[in-house]
Design a protein around this ligand. Structure first.
Ligand SMILES: [Zn+2]
Length: 336
C-alpha cells in the first residue's frame, strides 16, 4: 500500500453503506440476531465473500442488509465505515443507502432517519463529512411502487441528503421507467446519481443520462461501447464513478489488467475511483487507488487530478469543498 496514496486527502463518491459491512460484522450481527443463513451459504458464513455473478452477490448483500434492522446497527455501520475512512484520510464521502430494503424489513422511517443522523454526527467527529444518496433498488422496487420517492418527499429524511440513486441489477430492469421518480426527486433539489453501464451496456448509460438526467453515472464503464455517447459524456462533463475491484468480482471485467479505467481517462471522460461495497469486496479506497496505480497505469499527477475533479463534481457543502481543495493544494506543494 502506497504511503503517498494513504496521505493524499481524498473524497469517495460511490460507496454503499449496506455494502460496507465486513465478513466479521456480518458474522457478529448474524450471531446476535440468531439469523438463519442456510439459503445464502452452506455451512459457516465465509471469511471472504465470493460471487458467481451479480444476482448471487445480491442474495448475499440482502442477507447482510437484513441484519441492520436491530436498533443501533445502522449507527454502528456508519461509524465503523467512518473510522476506516478517517484512517485513510478520506475527508468526504457520498454514501448510498437503500431505504426501501430497510422499510421492507420492517424498520420504522423515524428509526432509519435517526440512526443515519447519529451515524453522520459521529463521522463528523472523526473528521469525515457524510452526504447521503438514497437509491431505488431497480430489481426490487418496481417503477409503479414509488416507495422511495414518497419517502424522499416526506419530512422523515436524514440530514445531509443530496441525491437519488438507482442501484441493483440492470439486466431486465431498465432506467427509463424510473423517470417520473427522478423528476419528483429533482423537484426536491436532489441530484440524479444513477448506476448504469455496469452489468448492461451503453444503452443503459444513455437512459440514465437522457431519461433520468444523470449528473454523474455510477460505474459507466461500458459507455466506451458507444463512441457517440462517450463523446456526449465528455462534452457534458458527466463523471463516471469507477470501482475496479467491484467490476472484477461481479464479472464486468474478466481480468483487472483489462479494466477500462485508463481508456476512459484517455477518451477524455471525467472519472473518479471508488470502492462500491468495501466490506463485501474486502477492499478500501487506498487499495482501489493502488490498483489504479499498479495495474492500470494511473500516475501521481492523474491521482491528484482525479481527487481535484471528484471534489469539483461532488455535492459537499461549499466550506467542506473549499477545505479539501486547500488541503490538496498544500499536499501538492509538499509532495510533488
Ligand atoms: Zn454501486
Amino acid at each position: 500500500m502506497s504511503d503517498w496514496l494513504l496521505d493524499l486527502p481524498k473524497v469517495e463518491l460511490h460507496c454503499h453503506l449496506e455494502g460496507s459491512m465486513s465478513s466479521a460484522t456480518v458474522k457478529a450481527l448474524a450471531t446476535a440476531h440468531g439469523a438463519d443463513w442456510s439459503e445464502v451459504w452452506t455451512g459457516k458464513i465465509p471469511d471472504h465473500f465470493s460471487f458467481v455473478d451479480f444476482p448471487d452477490f445480491g442474495r448475499q448483500y440482502l442477507f447482510g442488509l437484513s441484519l441492520l434492522k436491530r436498533e443501533g446497527a445502522l449507527v454502528t455501520a456508519v461509524d465503523d465505515l467512518a473510522a476506516q475512512l478517517a484512517e485513510q484520510n478520506v475527508r468526504y464521502v457520498e454514501l448510498t443507502t437503500t431505504a426501501y430494503s430497510h422499510f421492507l424489513n420492517g424498520m420504522p422511517r423515524e428509526q432509519y432517519r435517526d440512526e443515519l443522523d447519529e451515524g453522520r454526527r459521529r463521522a463528523a467527529e472523526r473528521g469525515v463529512e457524510v452526504s447521503w444518496v438514497i437509491d431505488i433498488p431497480r430489481d426490487l422496487e418496481m417503477p409503479g411502487e414509488g416507495v422511495t420517492v414518497d419517502y424522499l418527499e416526506s419530512a422523515l429524511t436524514p440530514n445531509g441528503l443530496i441525491g437519488i440513486g438507482l442501484g441493483g441489477y440492470e439486466v431486465g430492469f431498465p432506467a427509463a421507467p424510473y423517470a417520473d421518480q427522478f423528476r419528483r426527486a429533482k423537484a426536491l433539489g436532489l441530484h440524479a446519481l444513477p448506476h448504469a453501464g455496469e452489468t448492461e451496456g451503453a444503452d443503459s448509460v444513455r437512459q440514465a443520462v437522457v431519461d433520468l438526467g444523470a449528473e454523474r453515472v455510477g460505474h459507466g464503464v461500458r459507455v466506451l461501447e458507444d463512441h457517440e455517447l462517450t463523446q456526449r459524456l465528455v462534452d457534458t462533463g458527466i463523471m463516471c464513478e469507477v470501482c475496479p475491484t467491484s467490476n472484477l468480482l461481479l464479472g464486468v471485467v474478466d481480468d483487472i489488467a483489462d479494466h477500462p479505467l485508463q481508456r476512459m481517462i484517455d477518451a477524455g471522460l471525467r472519472v473518479c475511483v471508488n470502492t462500491d461495497d468495501p466490506g463485501w469486496f474486502d477492499t478500501d479506497l487506498v487499495t482501489e487507488l493502488s490498483i489504479a496505480s499498479e495495474e492500470l497505469s494511473v500516475g501521481r499527477p492523474q491521482h491528484l487530478a482525479m481527487q481535484r475533479d471528484a471534489t469539483a463534481a461532488c455535492f459537499a457543502p461549499a466550506d467542506v469543498r473549499r477545505r479539501i481543495v486547500e488541503e490538496l493544494d498544500v499536499f501538492e506543494r509538499a509532495r510533488t
